[in-house]
Every structure is written in structure tokens, then in C-alpha cells.
Design a protein around this ligand. Structure first.
Ligand code: NDP
Length: 324
């Protein structure tokens, strides 16, 4: 069988995760990592290549996995890279996905390439769970809870507070909200009613802790609407207990079937490393893109468009025999 030849664009958390995930998939091979930085500055095992040599790899790479950030990297890089390669990315700015899809679709169609956008866990596997729930239980409600998870944006907001030396923020589902959803009552719950926020903060030596705590808890948009806890710790504890990037969550569909019988679907993820898990999803979808590209397909796709059997290295016959 043919080996799928992969390239990585951008070597941050996700890029590192993809490099590791490819090793768990014997039908794939990582050819090169492309970066905007000085290649020798990357601490990677695979050869690192400056971005401007991309075109030299057209014949050597089947699928490029884009690992740049969603806010500014991906919107620019996907249009450039899809001129020459089939791509997979994890664009996660939910509100902008329709517009992103349209642009990538035009680019990929006119260059005869195939681009799968916005995969990962949310958007990604959670999107599939929401789709299945809505189709199977047309009378019902969806609920998505996130956490326990480290939120990059909220951690940055905490670190910008005066007197804060360092800190992290976790988002957690509120147990009573989970219980209410599981009761089948289909409550109306805002994001703030479903989640609490917990901050671990290292303060400057001379800082007034009560002022820091109050500034965080009353911060508009980020914390003011939420149940927020602030814990002060030292630098050593932060390093030891809060350096990982856990995440996860639960997608629910809670509804009724014809007689009014209550039916509930739960799809949950508990992730010790958000970037490594997201990377594992990207790699499985790269297999699907390789297969669809060999069939001559082009344009943009999302996870909602891909037959799930295409994610597997196993034959359809084997899947029927072992999974059904
Ligand atoms: P990073 O900030 O770690 O990396 C983004 C880019 O920044 C890299 O591609 C790299 O490009 C550059 N970079 C990384 N480290 C450095 C450094 N030390 N100095 C300078 N530049 C650096 O982001 P993540 O990998 O954590 O996440 C990427 C995106 O993945 C996120 O923006 C998020 O939107 C998305 N995501 C999606 C999920 C989903 O479920 N769909 C889940 C998790 C994340 P280069 O090598 O070219 O410099």
C-alpha cells in the first residue's frame, strides 16, 4: 500500500503534536516541517525548511497539515498553500467559518486541490456529535459544555492585570448545570450559567491581592458574568501543576422520540493535551483528504462532508467485519 507523504506548516503546539501523531500511523511519513522562523532554531526531529521553498516539494508531499494560529496565520497561509497542495487545517473562529470556507473553496477549486477546513475537536468531532444529535432527535436541544480546560485567551487576560506576574485560567462545567441537562428538563442556559472560571495567579511581591482578585472578577466580557474563583500560588507551584494544556468537554442532545420517551446522547472528551489530541484528529483527516484527492476531488470540505470510513487505514471490508 502507498505511504501518505505529509508536510507540516508551522511548528507551534499543534505542529509538534502532528510530528508525534504521524509516528503512531505506519501508513504515513512526515517529509518536512515548513516554518517562517530560522529553521535551525526549531527543536524538531524532522528536517525544517523555510516557507519560501514550499514549491520545491510539490511532487514530494501529498497533504499539507496547516498548524498556524486561527486569527492571522491560517486565513493567509491556506490560500497560499492550497495553490500547490491538498490541505488540512484547524481554523476555529466559529463565526468566521462560512466566510473562510467560501474563500478556500474558490482557491482550491481553481487550483484543482482539496482542502479540509476547521477540523480538530471543536470545531471537529464536536460538530459531528451535534449533527448526529440533531438528525436522530429532531425534537430536542443541544448543549455544549467545555472543560476542564486551559483557556489561552483568558489566561492572557489574567496575566495583563496589574500586579500579576504569571497565571493561568481554567474553564469548568458547573455540576448543577450538567445535572439539569441530564434531568431531561431542557433548561435554557447561557454560557455563563454553564461554566465557572478558576484562576491560579502568581502575584508580584508588593501587590495587593484583594485588588488583583477584584480586578479579575469584575473584568467585563472575560469574567464579570461568570462564577470566578481566584487562587494565589507561587511560581514553583504554577510550573509544577499548571504547565499542561488539558481540555475537553461534553456535547449533549436531549430530546424525545415519538411517544414522548426521553432520549439523551452524550459525547465527551477528557484530554490531557489539547494540542496533541487536535493534532491526532488532523492526521486522521489527512488520510481522508489523501484518499479523496486521489479520486480527483477538489474544493473545500468540512468534517460534515467526509465519510467516516475514509479516516481509517483499514479496508471497507475489514471495517464492516469488525465494527458493525
Ligand atoms: P501556536 O501559537 O503554538 O503556533 C502557531 C504558530 O506560531 C506556529 O505555526 C508557528 O509558526 C508560530 N510559533 C510557534 N511557536 C513560536 C515561537 N516560539 N516563536 C515564534 N513563533 C512561533 O498555536 P497552537 O499550535 O497552540 O494552535 C494553533 C491553532 O490551532 C490555534 O490558533 C487554534 O485556533 C487551533 N486549534 C483548533 C482546535 C480545534 O479543535 N479545532 C483545538 C486547538 C487549537 P512558524 O513555525 O511558521 O513560526
Amino acid at each position: 500500500t502507498d505511504i501518505l507523504r505529509i508536510g507540516i506548516i508551522g511548528y507551534g503546539n499543534l505542529g509538534k503534536g502532528v510530528e508525534k501523531a504521524i509516528k503512531q500511523n505506519p501508513d504515513m511519513e512526515l517529509v518536512a516541517i515548513f516554518t517562517r522562523r530560522e529553521p535551525s532554531s526549531l527543536d524538531c526531529e524532522t528536517q525544517a525548511i523555510p516557507m519560501n521553498f514550499l514549491k520545491d516539494y510539490r511532487e514530494a508531499i501529498d497533504v499539507m497539515i496547516l498548524c498556524g494560529g486561527s486569527s492571522t496565520d491560517l486565513p493567509e497561509q491556506v490560500l497560499e498553500v492550497s495553490k500547490m497542495f491538498h490541505t488540512v487545517d484547524s481554523f476555529d473562529t466559529h463565526a468566521k467559518i462560512p466566510e473562510y470556507f467560501t474563500k478556500v473553496n474558490e482557491s482550491a477549486k481553481s487550483n484543482n486541490t482539496l482542502s479540509l477546513i476547521s477540523t480538530g475537536w471543536d470545531p471537529g468531532l464536536f460538530s459531528l456529535a451535534r449533527l448526529i444529535g440533531q438528525c436522530v432527535l429532531p425534537e430536542g436541544e443541544d448543549y455544549t459544555f467545555w472543560g476542564k480546560g486551559l483557556s489561552q485567551g483568558h489566561s492572557d487576560a489574567v496575566r495583563r492585570v496589574q500586579g500579576v506576574k504569571n497565571g493561568v485560567q481554567y474553564t469548568l462545567p458547573i455540576d448543577s448545570a450538567l445535572a439539569l441537562v441530564r434531568s431531561g428538563e431542557n433548561p435554557i442556559l447561557s454560557t455563563a450559567e454553564k461554566h465557572q472560571r478558576i484562576c491560579y495567579v502568581v502575584a508580584e511581591a508588593a501587590a495587593d491581592l484583594s485588588i488583583i482578585e477584584n480586578t479579575i472578577k469584575t473584568m467585563p466580557n472575560y469574567f464579570a458574568d461568570y462564577e470566578t474563583a481566584v487562587h494565589f500560588i507561587d511560581e514553583e507551584e504554577l510550573r509544577q501543576n499548571h504547565s499542561a494544556m488539558p481540555h475537553g468537554g461534553i456535547v449533549f442532545r436531549s430530546g424525545v422520540s415519538g411517544s414522548g420517551a426521553k432520549q439523551r446522547i452524550e459525547f465527551s472528551l477528557a484530554l490531557e493535551s489539547n494540542p496533541e489530541f487536535t493534532a491526532s484528529v488532523l492526521v486522521a483527516y489527512a488520510r481522508a483528504v489523501g484518499r479523496m484527492a486521489r479520486q480527483g476531488q477538489s474544493g473545500a470540505r468540512t468534517v460534515l462532508d467526509i465519510p467516516l470510513s475514509y479516516l481509517s487505514p483499514k479496508s471497507d471490508e475489514e471495517l464492516r467485519r469488525t465494527l458493525l
